[in-house]
Design a protein around this ligand. Sequence first.
Ligand SMILES: [Zn+2]
Length: 218
Amino acid sequence: MSRRLVKSGFLLALLALAVVIGGTITISPRARFMLGGAMVNAGYGLQDGIHDYEFHHHEGLKPEEVWKEFLAQNHLASLVRKQFPRSTPHPLVAIVVCMDSRVDTIELAGDTRKYYYVVRTAGSVMSDHEEEMLELAVANGVKVVVLTTHSDCAAEKIAKDPEKRKLYPALAAAIDEREKRVQELLARPVIAAKIKSGELLVKRMHIDTPTEELLSTH
Ligand SMILES: [Zn+2]
């Protein structure tokens, strides 16, 4: 039996165990939430340290091989989801986050229940359509919008470096207008009205990239 099948089987067994625990054992919601979080972290622990599996020989990999592996992993994940459908609560929080792969928005929220709209852009900069999408999310019941930046941001580094600005002018210009975009969002009719009435909180936070801790910007 291949290593892939053994690992897939093991992960499926863990998932089945989680479903059984979640569905049949009467424990408090808090205990279920904490146990679920522990099992998610057990999954991260199992997968994170595997550097000799599939993507290990980065240098020699051809794009087609990477794509095939990506697709195979998606097929496995969707197979699991067909067997074990997720619940889909209405989001209460919308988060704007840079596209940096080190920031994992599930970890950021400490929660896998899909209570979050996530907008991921280069340098956490909103454009017109993202502002409108957030306004729509708020109109549909989102109560907290979290606008983030993060440490060691590649887009910010480019904006600060005159030579790199020449190579990536649009990205640098986007970072320059990030604050203006925030002010635009705050001034949008639905957003401004709900902040005024106390139905919406908009928080500005800075993510410590290695730990994903949300830090106040003030
Ligand atoms: Zn970034």
